[in-house]
Design a protein around this ligand. Structure first.
Ligand code: SAH
Length: 240
């Protein structure tokens, strides 16, 4: 079973949307589990405070290292091999390759920041790895954690209807996905590309590959360069 532990001051946000649909069915059937731990339970004052004013001044509040460390230590044993992630805009952006690596492991311990962020000392002392879900700022790590868990859970064996449906998707081969069509055959005067109804699987595969390449080139020059370089490297390797 893939096991996620989330540390948050809003445990009621979990499983939230992950309790529905594919992820929700997989949760109910025991393919994965989710424990949301309330960081406030580890506060020591009567107001259950988890934050305090920033050293050096400035707006907002910062999560205290002592309270957060107690929360982490309470839910993880020192020999717990699961990665300890801190959702944060400063982290390395999450990629499909990282999601695949996480999904192949035992699960994850995920800390959700709030306020202006987390005291730096607990990040180092508890070896938290910062992970971002994109170059924008959320008001808390919870939605980021839900996104990360969703991306992992759909890859777990038995979660997606057809196991193969993950293999041709965006990012799987370093390309964005080709366009998709379904019935009706003609809609608002637009028909489905002929090649998709010709029944020739090799031609369909070639068309899809060419479209995936075109879309990647047009929309994501960064992915396109990496794809081209990867192809050149693979080509060189096979020639030597
Ligand atoms: N002052 C911080 C932003 C704090 S936002 C900064 O400038 O980086 C509050 C919390 O939301 C963060 O602690 C983090 O847990 C979460 N968060 C914000 N943006 C995020 C993102 N892009 N990816 C993952 N988590 C994010």
């Amino acid at each position: 079973m893939w096991r996620a532990i989330v540390l948050t001051i809003f445990p009621e946000m979990f499983p939230g949307p992950l309790g529905l649909s594919l992820a929700g069915r997989a949760l109910a059937s025991g393919i994965w589990s989710l424990a949301a731990s309330d960081i406030r339970d580890y506060a020591t004052d009567k107001h259950r405070s988890v934050d305090d004013t920033p050293a050096g001044g400035g707006p907002g509040m910062v999560m205290r290292p002592d309270v957060l460390a107690r929360a982490i230590d309470a839910v993880t044993a020192p020999d717990d091999g699961r990665p300890r992630l801190l959702m944060g805009a400063r982290g390395a952006p999450l990629t499909q390759a990282r999601v695949e690596a996480l999904a192949a492991g035992a699960g994850a311990i995920i800390v959700c920041g709030r306020f202006e962020g987390v005291d730096e000392r607990v990040i180092t002392a508890r070896k938290l790895e910062e992970v971002s879900i994109g170059d924008y700022v959320l008001s808390g790590g919870e939605l980021a954690a839900l996104a990360l868990i969703d991306a992992c859970v759909r890859l777990l064996p038995g979660v997606m209807g057809k196991a193969a449906s993950g293999e041709v998707e965006s990012f799987a081969q370093g390309l964005l996905e080709h366009p998709q069509y379904t019935r009706p055959a003609v809609w608002e005067g637009q028909s489905i590309p002929d090649v998709l109804t010709c029944g020739d699987h090799a031609r369909i595969a070639a068309w899809r590959r060419a479209e995936a390449e075109r879309i990647t080139r047009e929309r994501r020059p960064d992915l396109w360069s990496a794809y081209i370089e990867g192809g050149e490297r693979a080509g060189k390797m096979s020639r030597t």
